[in-house]
Structure formats: structure tokens, C-alpha cells
Design a protein around this ligand. Structure first.
Ligand code: GBE
Length: 523
């Protein structure tokens, strides 16, 4: 009670508001996360492992895509990447050094099932993950597994990929094998990472593997298959494994925060709300409620009709699938990076990005990263968390990614990343402490620099520097690694030593005044 009053008082003092654009200077306030809050790092198989054809691994869509010239900014591939296939022990050492509670990594489907199906099971692939899992556990770091982080086996793309519902049983088989072989030790499962990106970038814009452009219908079909596959993997865990393994299964959904360009213009306010529903709601609404958000249904149905189609481009779940998909979560995984401004703008062609009638922009004053889509807008994070609380009934949230990119030139003194992590974790802390959002863990992206998809190695997201020209792929901690190590150890911002400095006396008096005030207000 005393602690939370002090914290509230300090927040009042610093003028935190719903859209506060500045945050407390770090280490000035005592602001701690709940005692059971957990900290970790994330990576993904294709981005770090390398060993693209090692020990019988099959070809996946990212192997095919990067081996086709012209697809990747710097013409690089993930053939070697961080070579974590050989360096995983070093990865665990870094996690240990930094004090991570858990490690979120993904399975390469074609390392385990070279053809994507149960026809061939690679024991070498399974052994790689067993070694990693065992070493993590030996070091008291909990494994959190993402089953699918974008690297579909090529043979499954050859039958149509995610727009084809034939993939549902294939994913179910892969998930079952993973539960069978790792589930005795792994208790946290994420079925899909950012299905939005798989569907829009892979099958809509064509900027990610498999490089298909078909924005009008393909992403909607892709999302539909993925939601059904997720639901099957979730239900099957409860039917076949939960009793023996007692783990938890969720899905990771990505979303920015979408704010009105002009908060005093009602159509901008509506556009922003529609944007969150089209982005986060596309996947989360079915998982919580069994159907797509009403706004999506109304907009896409209407446009499909105007286009003279005899059925909507947005598919529907029948009764059976509605009950399968609805409630298929134990926790909500959230990847959040940035914010965009929204205004009403009539769509120009057919497809998800135009169906919502929203025009997007960024405030030029928002600090820039090395990625054109990523600006630092800390208050957007808190607003998204509060939106999630309001719209889904305060679900248990694990933040499964959040991070910042810079260029090679920045090197080890990554001050902007430190600033980003400071400001974003404080915005999250405010949502937890003040607004009671049920967020229980935070995962930084990423443990180390890695293969940034279509951007190759030109954008670095790591808190460890990786030298990609050295065959040994050495990793060196950046300033941000030291910063997060301290943050994890302190479980927040412990503030100045209250017994020593003169400044602290001033804080004590102010906090006490607020404490009395709040106590008085609360009766
Ligand atoms: C996440 O995506 C991913 O889960 C993770 O794998 C990734 O490394 C990390 O964030 C950082 O990006 O040339 O038009 O394709 C835009 C975050 C691609 C959302 C980048 C795809 C941001 C969606 C560039 N975007 N990403 S291009």
C-alpha cells in the first residue's frame, strides 16, 4: 500500500497522463514491477540459427526466398546468421550473464521435419533443441517456445502455403511432435508469431517469403487457416498433453498503437479505433470471441459487395470452428514496437490495407530508428495495453517482443536503444501499476543482432553486437545489455538511496505529502 501510494504520488508529481509524452528521468523515482514479474529475451530460428542445410535439415520458404537474388536489401541470407546452431551454448551464457528469467526462441519446422510432414523425423534436429532446452534449464532459464516464426517448410508452400487450409493438419502434427518431444520440460508454448506479418508481408505485399503478391484475398485466407491451425494446436494440447505436462499455450499477436491524427476530429478518432481493430483485432477478436471484429465484417463485406463479388473476401467461421477458435488462449502474447497516426481516407484498391479506410502517418518529431517503420513513441505502448484491457476483459498478457534498431555505425554505445527500453518499460509499468493491466512478463527483442528478414543485416536489434564477417560470429555486449541487466536485477527502477543523498530528503517529504493526500482521498 505504502509503495503504491509513493509510486502514484511520484507519477502525479511528474505529470504522467494518458498521453504523457515525456517520462520520468530514470533512477529518480522508486518504481518497481510486481514481485512475480518476469524478464526475458526473444529470437527466432531463421534469424539466428544458420546451419540451413545441416544434418538433414529441409529447405524452408526463407531459404528459397533468400537464395533468390533481389529479395533481400543487402543480398544476404540466413545460411549462417549468428550460427546459433553451433553457438547455442554461448547464447545461454549471455542469457545467464544478463539475468534473464526465460528465453523465447522458435523451432525450425524443417529442421525437425525436413519435408514438413511426419514422413521423415530428423533426430539430429530434435537433438539440437533438446541440447538447448537442457542447457537453459541447467542454468535456471525457462524455455518459451514459438512453434512457428515464419519459416514454413518449402514442400508445404508448394501445395499453396497458408492460404490453403490443407496446412491445418500439418501444423497440428508438427505441434504434437513438439509437445511429445519437448513438453516434459517446456511449459510455455506460443503457436504463431505475428500471423499478420506472415499473411500481409508473405502473401499480400510479397516482401517476405514466399514473396506472393495478392493483397485482395490471400492474406484473409492465410489468416483464416492460421487461426484454425492455432485453435487445433491449442485444443489438442488440452486433449492429449495438459494432464501430464501442465503447460500453457497462447498466440503472439503484433500491434502498433494507432492514435488519431487530430484528436478533436471525430472521424480521425474513429479511424484510429478502426485501425487497432483491423490490426490487433483481426487475430485477437476471433481468439477471444470466435469471430472477426464487427468493423472488419461491415467494411470488407460492403466493399466485396460493391466489387460485385458473390461472397465476402473476409471468410467466416462456421459453428464448429467458432467454438474451436473462441477461447483458444491461456495468455495473450503481444509484440509491440511503435505508433502511427490515423485519419479517415477512402481505400484505393481492394485488400486489408485499403479495406479499413485509414490513412497512416508519423509525427516527424518522433525519434527515428534504423528501420523506416519504427519510431520511439513510448506512450503508445501504455495506450495499447489499456486498449487490450478494455476490449478483451483484462487478459493475462506476456509482452513477447519490444525493441529498437540501429545501424552498424552505432556500435556498442547504443544510447538510443537504452532510451527506448527505459521509456517503453516505464510506459508499461504505468499501465500495470496505475491501470492494473495484467502484464506479467517482458521480452526484449533481441538477445543479439540477427538476420532482419527483408532488411538482411542492415538493421541491428540486438543488445549484443554480432560480428557477421567473423566466421566464429563473436558476440559482444552493448551498453543496452548492461542497462537491461540492471533493470532485470532491480525489477524496475529502485530510485536513489533513500538514506544518503540530500536530494532524497526532498523526495521523501514530497512523497509523504502525496501519501497523506491520497490516503485522505481514498478515505
Ligand atoms: C517482429 O516484427 C518480428 O517478430 C521479428 O522477427 C523481427 O525481427 C522484429 O519484429 C523486428 O522487425 O521491406 O517492407 O518487408 C517492413 C515486427 C517489414 C513487425 C518490419 C514487417 C516490422 C513487420 C520492411 N516489417 N515487422 S519490408
Amino acid at each position: 500500500m505504502l509503495n503504491s501510494c509513493l509510486f502514484l504520488g511520484a507519477l502525479l508529481l511528474l505529470g504522467f497522463g494518458e498521453e504523457a509524452k515525456s517520462v520520468a528521468p530514470k533512477n529518480q523515482i522508486r518504481a518497481l514491477f510486481p514481485d512475480n514479474f518476469r524478464w526475458g529475451f526473444a529470437t527466432a530460428s531463421y534469424q539466428i540459427e544458420g546451419g540451413w542445410d545441416a544434418d538433414g535439415k529441409g529447405e524452408n520458404i526463407w531459404d528459397r526466398f533468400t537464395h533468390t537474388p533481389g529479395n533481400i536489401a543487402d543480398n544476404s541470407t540466413g545460411d549462417v546468421a549468428c550460427d546459433s546452431y553451433h553457438n547455442y551454448a554461448r547464447d545461454v551464457e549471455m542469457l545467464k550473464d544478463i539475468g534473464a528469467d526465460y528465453y523465447r526462441f522458435s523451432l525450425s519446422w524443417s529442421r525437425i521435419l525436413p519435408n514438413g510432414t511426419l514422413a521423415v523425423v530428423s533426430e539430429a534436429g530434435i537433438a539440437y533443441y533438446n541440447n538447448l532446452i537442457n542447457l537453459l534449464i541447467a542454468n535456471n532459464i525457462e524455455p518459451m517456445i514459438t512453434l512457428y516464426h515464419w519459416d514454413l517448410p518449402q514442400p508445404l508452400q508448394d501445395i499453396g502455403g497458408w492460404p490453403n487450409e490443407a496446412l491445418i493438419p500439418h501444423f497440428e502434427n508438427f505441434a504434437r511432435l513438439a509437445y511429445q518431444r519437448f513438453g516434459d520440460r517446456v511449459k510455455l508454448w506460443i503457436t504463431f508469431n505475428e500471423a499478420f506479418v506472415t499473411c500481409m508481408h508473405g502473401y499480400g505485399y510479397g516482401k517476405h517469403a514466399p514473396g506472393i503478391s495478392g493483397e485482395d484475398t490471400e492474406p484473409y485466407k492465410c489468416a483464416h487457416t492460421i487461426l484454425k491451425s492455432h485453435a487445433r494446436a491449442y485444443r489438442m494440447y488440452y486433449d492429449e498433453f495438459f494432464q501430464a505436462q501442465n503447460g500453457r499455450v497462447g498466440i503472439t499477436i503484433d500491434s502498433g498503437w494507432y492514435a488519431p491524427l487530430d484528436p478533436n476530429n471525430p472521424s480521425d478518432v474513429e479511424a484510429a479505433e478502426r485501425a487497432v481493430r483491423f490490426k490487433h483485432g483481426w487475430f485477437a477478436w476471433p481468439v477471444f470471441y470466435g469471430h472477426y471484429p464487427d468493423e472488419m465484417r461491415i467494411f470488407v463485406d460492403k466493399k466485396s459487395e460493391e466489387e460485385g463479388l458473390d461472397q465476402s473476401r473476409l471468410p467466416e467461421f462456421d459453428r464448429y470452428w467458432e467454438t474451436q477458435v473462441k477461447g483458444s488462449w491461456d495468455f495473450l502474447g503481444l509484440n509491440h514496437y511503435t505508433t502511427e497516426l490515423c485519419t479517415y481516407k477512402v481505400g484505393e484498391y481492394s485488400g486489408w490495407s485499403q479495406d479499413q479506410d485509414v490513412g497512416f502517418s508519423r509525427d516527424p518529431t518522433w525519434p527515428e530508428s534504423a528501420s523506416d517503420w519504427l519510431r520511439s513513441v513510448p506512450w503508445g505502448f501504455g495506450n495499447l495495453l489499456r486498449w487490450i484491457k478494455r476490449n478483451y476483459g483484462n487478459p493475462l498478457v506476456y509482452v513477447t517482443e519490444n525493441g529498437w534498431s540501429d545501424s552498424d555505425a552505432v556500435g556498442l554505445e547504443d544510447d538510443l536503444r537504452v532510451e527506448y527500453y527505459t521509456n517503453y518499460t516505464q510506459s508499461m509499468l504505468q499501465a500495470i501499476t496505475e491501470d492494473r493491466c495484467d502484464v506479467r512478463s517482458y521480452t526484449a527483442w533481441s538477445l543479439m543482432d540477427n538476420f532482419e528478414w527483408a532488411r538482411g543485416y542492415s538493421e541491428r536489434f540486438g543488445v549484443h553486437w554480432v560480428n557477421f564477417t567473423d566466421p566464429a560470429r563473436p558476440r559482444i555486449p552493448k551498453k543496452s545489455a548492461a542497462f537491461l541487466k540492471q533493470l532485470f536485477a532491480d525489477n524496475g527502477y529502485p530510485g536513489p538511496d533513500v538514506n544518503s543523498s540530500a536530494e532524497s530528503k526532498h523526495w521523501k517529504i514530497l512523497s509523504f505529502t502525496y501519501f497523506i493526500l491520497i490516503k485522505f482521498m481514498l478515505g
